[in-house]
Design a protein around this ligand. Sequence first.
Ligand SMILES: Nc1ncnc2c1[nH]c(=O)n2[C@H]1C[C@H](O)[C@@H](COP(=O)(O)OP(=O)(O)OP(=O)(O)O)O1
Length: 178
Amino acid sequence: MDSRSVAHHIEDSDHQAMAHRLYTLVFPLDSDNNRVLLGLKKRGFGCNKFNGFGGKVEATETIAEGAVRELVEESGLVATSMQNCGLLLFYFENDPVAMEVHVYLAHTYEGTVIESDEMRPQWFDIHDMPFSQMWADDSRWWPFVLRGEKFVGQFWLKADQATITREHLYAVESLGFV
Ligand SMILES: Nc1ncnc2c1[nH]c(=O)n2[C@H]1C[C@H](O)[C@@H](COP(=O)(O)OP(=O)(O)OP(=O)(O)O)O1
């Protein structure tokens, strides 16, 4: 088990026994204009979907460091303040590895938005998200972000990696789990 994983705090013993691969997902906010920066994924997993910016956490970094690094790599922005707002756990049919995604809001950042090899950035109104072009779970938990609530979501998916067969989504006071 990756010592940086926090999933065991909320999972039952069967799910705790699974390997967990850690990911980050960062949403830069422009609060003055009620906008959020999304990126259209240009390759690989989630190709042609809009999402926040993120990816796998490397072995040598903390989760927050991974979040900052992926945001720079994929959008050009350097986060100067970030808030951990959610934890997402994905369990895929016939896959022994769970995805553990740490979701952040970037409230302030420096730099210029650039298109990367992986992502084409675009600003969206926070109340008018392109959910038909996003992962199916996003429309479920985005309302927690709008309400300023921290959340935990567990999603069970078919092997197509898109069809949700079961979900458990709820607000939490803290994501510190200590
Ligand atoms: N279902 C769902 N909802 C919301 N967000 C996500 C998903 N599935 C996901 O994979 N994601 C997020 C989590 C990560 O931010 C990315 C996936 O990261 P990925 O592009 O595979 O990781 P990288 O490390 O950038 O990949 P490569 O550099 O190896 O291409 O999507």
